[in-house]
Ligand binder design. Structure first.
Ligand SMILES: [Zn+2]
Length: 510
């Protein structure tokens, strides 16, 4: 684990919280160190031929970690927000990312919270898929918001993901050969009142280009970058359009996105750090760009050593439309168990995130699933309650579409209180609100045969009947009970092996 001194100070000042998952303020910004051989050598190579303007589509394989018991995974909603933010952060680079075969769910407590980088190495080398940038979403990546291992993949903390968080873009920047603009200062606290050194050393034990932690002296040196730009190609990140920056802890910026803290270079020239760079440690609200030279380096990386991440021939179009709920809507009454939610198909969407909640804020969700269909079946809900539900469409490249407008439904007043009888018959609720569906469970051997159901009023008159073959054991009967007067009715259903009779009360009818 690597922390700056300031991080420890911040940690000491942060109130203790009971949740196990660390918050952003409790994590170091990034664990990545070092500069790649590729970048060092790129200064001596011919520039890579790049047809700028063509969008490069890069494969990402995401692994979403939970504890051994499956608890503690990032919500899919937050993950989709993170993926959307990643592509938005890269929109000026003409590099965009797509999910290679969706995401991978892993349950492993020792990876979900890993205290050391070697545990993260183990996680990645065990689960990586080829020909993709592998990204791991965990609760705690060794005390950092994230880190990048050049030979393995990136890790991101749940607390440093979601919309308006640029940690994923920062770590992908590392994976595409970008160092920190303040390289060499990691773990050191800049002090204006002491002379600024001309050279810094740093430990990059786990951050070589290859998995080789056996190097006897895992130290490298970085020249400190000067304000006049005279050593920019050989100092710090060796990138000339990222100005000097010595701040290796989370820092605030002013209205121009410059650091509040003034620094001076080894010659005494004063400056403020540029907080707009994703590769800096400025707060997220300061960050909004990669520099032009950084973009060139990332694209050249993809055209050379990471060409296997780039997928040709992209045809999947963006998802821009909002889905519309078809049923249930406007407080329609649904059965307590097995309610069916339907919506219209959205152009270019291949998947839908469906949520239902007791609360319009969706602060707690009774249903939170991903489907490729345009319907979902809710499990067991509580009776006689209002629920809200919504749908969010996406595909493997585009996850920025918002949720649909809220729809609502109500669960039926009475849940089945009796078990099915010996033959498997059950009918509920016995008290019906007007037009509330009736749920009928038939004996197993009635399935696949014609079933006749009739309803008689208290005077013995037939008011409704239906003859139909039922293929499922549980069916919903939509009775026109809203047109009936309130009172008691008799239901009889006749199937292959006999008849069943139930007394129903229509409550609040005409
Ligand atoms: Zn970093």
């Amino acid at each position: 684990m690597r922390h700056s001194l300031l991080f420890f100070l911040l940690l000491a000042l942060t109130p203790k919280i009971s949740a196990q998952e660390p918050l952003k303020t409790q994590l170091a910004p990034c664990g990545t160190l070092g500069i790649s051989d590729w970048l060092k050598e790129s200064r001596f190579r011919q520039p890579v031929q790049d047809r700028s303007g063509d969008t490069m589509w890069v494969a990402i394989k995401t692994h979403l970690l939970a504890k051994d018991n499956g608890i503690g995974r990032i919500s899919i909603e937050k993950y989709l927000d993170s993926f959307c933010q990643l592509n938005e952060d890269f929109s000026d680079t003409d590099i965009q990312f797509f999910m290679k075969d969706g995401w991978n769910l892993l349950n492993e407590s020792d990876w979900h919270v890993h205290n050391t980088i070697p545990e993260g190495i183990d996680m990645m080398l065990t689960n990586n898929v080829p020909d993709a940038l592998n990204a791991y979403f965990v609760a705690d990546p060794a005390g950092n918001c994230g880190y990048n291992l050049p030979y393995a993949g990136v890790a991101i903390a749940h607390g440093c993901s979601g919309d308006n968080d640029h940690t994923w873009a920062h770590e992908v920047g590392h994976a595409l050969n970008l160092p920190h603009p303040f390289i060499g200062w990691e773990g050191k606290l800049y002090n204006f009142n002491t002379p600024t050194p001309t050279v810094l050393t740093y430990d990059y034990t786990y951050f070589h280009d290859t998995l080789d932690t056996q190097v006897p002296a895992p130290l490298d040196t970085a020249l400190v970058e000067l304000v006049d730009g005279s050593n920019c190609a050989i100092a710090a990140d060796r990138i000339c359009d990222t100005p000097p920056d010595y701040l290796s802890y989370r820092w605030e910026c002013d209205a121009e996105n410059k650091s509040l803290l003034k620094q001076k270079d080894p010659t005494g020239a004063e400056f403020y750090s540029d907080g707009t760079l994703f590769m800096s440690y400025a707060l997220d609200q300061c960050q909004n760009r990669f520099s032009p030279e950084e973009i060139n380096i990332m694209r050249a990386t993809l055209l050379t050593e990471r060409l296997n991440w780039v997928a040709p021939g992209i045809t999947q179009e963006p998802v821009t439309d909002n889905p519309v709920a078809i049923e249930p809507v406007q407080d329609q009454i649904v059965p307590v168990n097995g309610a069916v939610l339907r919506w219209n198909a959205v152009p270019n969407a291949t998947h839908y995130l469906v949520q239902a909640s007791r609360f319009a804020s969706f602060s707690f969700k009774q249903l939170d699933i991903v489907t490729t269909d345009t319907f979902a079946i809710a499990g067991q809900l509580a009776p006689n309650l209002k629920y809200y539900w919504r749908i969010r469409p996406f595909n493997n490249r585009h996850t920025c579409a918002p949720f649909s407008a809220l729809s609502s439904f109500k669960t039926s007043q009475v849940s089945p209180t009796t078990e099915p009888d010996a033959e498997g018959w059950r009918c509920y609720p016995s008290i019906l609100a007007p037009d509330q569906p009736l749920t009928i469970q038939i004996p197993e051997d009635w399935k696949g045969h014609e079933i006749r159901c009739q309803i008689y009023d208290a005077a013995g008159r037939l008011v409704w009947q239906q003859k139909q073959e039922w293929s499922d054991q549980t069916n919903s009967l939509q009775l026109p009970s809203g047109q009936w007067s309130a009172g008691v009715y008799l239901l009889t259903c006749t199937g292959k092996t006999g008849s069943k009779t139930e007394r129903l009360t229509v409550d609040g009818g005409r």
